[in-house]
Design a protein around this ligand. Sequence first.
Ligand SMILES: [Cu+2]
Length: 189
Amino acid sequence: MTMLLVSFRLPQIAKSAAVAAALLFLGVPGARAHDMANMEGTHNAETFRFGEPGKASKVTRTINIAMKDISFEPASLTIKTGETIRFVVTNVSEIDHDFTLGDVATQTAHRKEMAEMIENGGDMHHSDPNAITVKAHESKVLIWKFSRAGNFEFDCNIPGHFESGMAGVIAVVDKAHRRAGAGATTAQP
Ligand SMILES: [Cu+2]
């Protein structure tokens, strides 16, 4: 009876151990390097200086962005604090592009990270909540809540693209200032 149990269980254990080893080998190096680079940024948990991932049920506005060769259209956005934006990003060019929300610091860090990933022979797929890669002729959605006022960017961080002008600016303006009128943007708080 004991012998029978052992003979049944051994192959199962061996199999799951092999699967675990394979997953460890395949999954960890790239993912870990990326996550650690991410942690060094200006956010903790899922909150960034430029906002946080938004919920589909809270979307207040949809903005359509076209990825062209080699630019975004439109390349300038004005958003109010508290808005949750559904970005529908459509790649109408012949090559893959990236859409990354951020401030200057996180964009610079992300570009460096992507360049290193290529140098190391990895692909550029990322799991960041503030970035999507969109293949040629495809469309993807990114939902983001802009909780703080400031000047931010959306860039394509595939090496060479930002440098060629594939970048956009986002002005997030305080709701209260906006309501006060045209002159309010220069007023001190
Ligand atoms: Cu691009």
